[in-house]
Ligand binder design. Structure first.
Ligand SMILES: NC(=O)c1ccc[n+]([C@@H]2O[C@H](COP(=O)([O-])OP(=O)(O)OC[C@H]3O[C@@H](n4cnc5c(N)ncnc54)[C@H](OP(=O)(O)O)[C@@H]3O)[C@@H](O)[C@H]2O)c1
Length: 300
């Protein structure tokens, strides 16, 4: 039986038990919502700061989503960051002031850690992952475990939110034509700043042309994502990248304007075809949401 079939079979037998570190924050709430009734995962633990610890989740959290708190999570007791949670792995949505050492503690205690925080993204033995783009970077995990004496635990990170959407689109272009350089201007929603986020008097009716650390992340992370793991280290993509990041008065959803210089000359038709034929685009185009929503027929 293939590994994929094996995986699906084991999924039929039982779900992976997931914990969330930073479950009370903006990203943590989104994870709690996404994990409710998930076919592969069952949320079994939530953890946050001492402020929330030992309270019921529904009492500790300042819930901001439109949907109600999932009933399965509402009565969970919030734990602290002791790495003794009853789960198979953890998602981390911790504030970056604490994420670094806390995630290491969990990995050292044998937990796979999937992190949303910036702390380990550029570490030389930690995969920065978009599964549709660079799943092969997971090969770095045994090296990380050996380097750090983690046993069965490890850390995997995901990119900054603006980088994730950008690189998904760049990847099929890189494969088809090669990339030389790229210039991106973002218009980023206030949700990306967490809660309470940007002061209302700074952002209402305004555009703030600076997000601390964001341009650096957008210029560094694609190099790793579009690069390769050579068995002992990550080799960067060597792209020329310039990023300008702006905060705009929109609640959710980031918009990006991107100019790309390709290594091989391509017609607009060829660019469209490369985007259409990418594996992740095919999934979106053939999803029920896409077929019922005309504006999802992208690229036009
Ligand atoms: N917002 C986004 O769109 C976004 C996107 C990508 C990545 N990220 C990254 O994801 C992480 C979470 O972002 P966020 O916007 O969800 O932040 P947030 O709303 O401020 O939530 C932070 C979480 O960390 C916990 N925390 C803070 N200090 C702690 C401490 N000393 N010990 C234990 N837990 C502590 C908080 O618990 P309490 O509630 O108990 O204080 C809360 O659960 C950050 O690293 C951020 O950079 C955010």
């Amino acid at each position: 039986m293939s590994p994929a079939a094996n995986f699906e079979n084991s999924m039929l037998l039982r779900k992976f038990r997931a914990g969330i570190l930073g479950a009370t924050g903006t990203v943590g709430q989104r994870l709690v919502h996404l994990l409710s009734d998930h076919p592969w995962f069952e949320l079994t633990e939530v953890a946050a700061s001492e402020r929330s610890c030992a309270k019921k989740y529904c009492e500790a959290v300042n819930w901001h989503l439109d949907t109600p708190i999932p009933s399965a999570a509402a009565n969970f007791m919030v734990k602290n960051l002791e790495p003794s949670l009853d789960c198979d792995f953890v998602f981390s949505a911790l504030d970056s002031s604490v994420a670094g050492p806390a995630e290491e503690d969990f990995a050292r205690a044998g937990y796979p850690v999937v992190s949303n925080s910036k702390n380990h993204r550029l570490s030389p033995d930690v995969p920065l992952l978009i599964p549709e783009v660079n799943a092969a970077h997971l090969d770095a995990i045994p090296v990380q475990q050996k380097n750090r004496g983690y046993g069965s635990g490890f850390i995997v990170t995901n990119p900054n939110c603006s980088t994730a959407g950008l690189v998904l689109v760049l990847k099929p272009l890189a494969d088809a034509f090669g990339l030389e350089k790229m210039f991106v201007v973002t218009m980023q929603a206030v949700s990306g700043a967490g809660y309470p986020g940007v002061p209302s008097l700074d952002i209402l009716g305004n555009v703030v042309p600076f997000i601390s650390g964001e341009e650096e992340k957008m210029e560094e992370e694609p190099q790793k994502l579009l690069g390769r793991w050579d068995g002992s280290r990550f080799i960067e993509a060597g792209l020329g990248i310039s990023a300008h990041c702006n905060r705009v008065p929109v609640e959710n959803g980031h918009l990006e304007c991107v100019s790309v210089s390709l290594k091989k000359i391509a017609t607009l038709r060829e660019v469209r075809e490369a985007l259409r034929s990418s594996s992740w685009m095919k999934k979106i185009v053939h999803s029920p949401a896409a077929t019922s929503t005309p504006e999802m027929a992208w690229p036009p």
